[in-house]
Unconditional design. Sequence first.
Length: 218
Amino acid sequence: MEDAIADLRPAVGEGTVVLPVLNGLAHLDRLEAAFGPRVLGGLAMIVATLDDGAVVQMTDWSAITIGDGAPRVAEALDVPGIRLTVSDDPLGSMWAKWAFIAACGIVCCLFRSPVGPVIAAGGEPQVRAIIAETEAVAAAAGHPVPEAAHERTVTTLVDPDSAMTSSLYRDLVAGLPTEAEHILGDLASRARELGVGTPLLDLTLVQVRADALVRAGA
């Protein structure tokens, strides 16, 4: 992040818009401190993984949501292959995505498994509890997950035939650097500040951190 900000700073002028599409929200404060109101809310939705330094897109799903404050940016991104949404509530969309990817990461990392086998093994009550935890944090922050997004999350994560895994889990088992602190750690910190209990999130975070310590030889 710091290197990216340093690289961008000379190119940012009065007419510049900075559009981050990172997961979570931890990056927004740092970018807004550097670039002020030029930072536009946004997010991307793809299914991808890392392979020897390359980002490999695993399906043809590619969607971007941006705030409605930059028509020229929307025009530039409205191209074949990208499902573009211009939203008057990009922060709400970012929270909804964060709640989903955190829930998926918790399920796969806690049980060390794709989604399907967890459900087939009788884990549906725990999976629903995980979804409730992440969405409770969003709601407490003032951005409740819309019902349609909630239903998509439930449908995705309680399918006993699903081979789905999260990118966090794939990076974890491959021994690669992960977004655990950005996705799970920051969410857990905000949950504590908001007084929301997240025992399954906290358990997963301890497990992921312990794994990192073992890999580092600590």
